[in-house]
Design a binder for this molecule. Structure first.
Ligand code: 23J
Ligand code: MN
Length: 259
């Protein structure tokens, strides 16, 4: 099949509903939970805030518009390599300089929901990834790997979502294994890509340290991962083209066969 034929069959499958578009994005507003780091780590990111410019009124009779106070790492967001000290000297490491080619990729979804239900500090290891591969096939180079935890319904409340810093994520050896596999990045349903306890890992925050060091990416606060198949979906995740941006809130969508 030619590339043109492939694209038109995708368009036809979207039109018929055979391919479904699944929104992996959480609502972005003043109640969106944001990361709370312990004070020894320095300053925190502010909550989202919308300021009104006009609302069809004296400030703008025919139009409504606003301006936002918005952290780069708020809600469903993308981590660029420049976010971490390990990626700071990489060329083209900011949101405005990433190749658009990287914004469309297949995804492998590893279901950890049962383990996380039993233990909110559950950490996915390389062994866990290999067990997934034994069932679903090898993780291909260039794919996203998403950790399904069914954590996302907790995002309705900062307290349940942040859970006092007890949230699931990847181990150091898991991320090393995925870097070896040449994945494009790692996604999590929690406030950040790393586990809540990852400040105590060696190195600390491995999803940040080891992936961004290699020019790979992160996606945090994903939703609806329970609606994705383990393999076979395609993810579109294109951060805002913020000049010198270390990351960006974004709309993440998946194309998947309708089940
Ligand atoms: C800064 C420091 C630690 C972490 C994070 C940011 C994130 O999770 C993030 O949003 O990138 S863990
Ligand atoms: Mn981030």
């Amino acid at each position: 099949m030619s590339a043109a034929e492939s694209l038109s069959s995708v368009a036809a499958a979207l039109a018929s509903g055979a391919i479904e578009v699944i929104d992996l994005t959480a609502p972005l507003g003043p109640d969106t939970p944001v990361l709370h780091l312990p004070p020894e780590f320095g300053r925190n990111t502010p909550a989202f805030r919308m300021n009104e410019i006009s609302a069809y009124d004296a400030n703008g009779p025919w139009w409504a518009w606003g301006w936002m106070e918005l952290g780069e790492h708020t809600g469903t967001h993308f981590d660029a390599p420049a976010h971490w000290i390990s990626g700071r000297d990489r060329p083209d490491n900011t949101t405005d300089r990433l190749p658009a080619r990287d914004f469309v990729a297949p995804v492998c979804v590893i279901d950890c929901s049962a383990e996380v239900a039993a233990d909110p500090d559950f950490v996915l290891t390389a062994q866990g990834v290999r067990a997934w591969e034994a069932e679903h096939g090898e993780i291909p180079a260039g794919a996203w790997v998403f950790m399904r935890s069914d954590w996302y319904p907790r995002n309705a409340s900062a307290e349940t979502f942040l859970n006092g810093g007890h949230t699931p994520g990847p181990s150091v050896d898991c991320i090393r294994y995925l870097v070896e596999k040449n994945v494009i990045g790692w996604g999590n349903e929690c406030v950040g890509t790393d586990a809540g306890m990852a400040h105590s890992f060696d190195p600390p925050f491995p999803a940040h340290h080891l992936l961004l060091e290699q020019g790979r990416y992160g996606l945090a606060s994903l939703v609806n991962l329970d609606r994705l198949p383990p393999t076979g979906a395609l993810v579109v995740a294109a951060p805002l083209k913020i000049v010198n941006g270390t990351g960006s809130p974004l709309r993440v969508i998946a194309l998947a066969p309708r089940t």
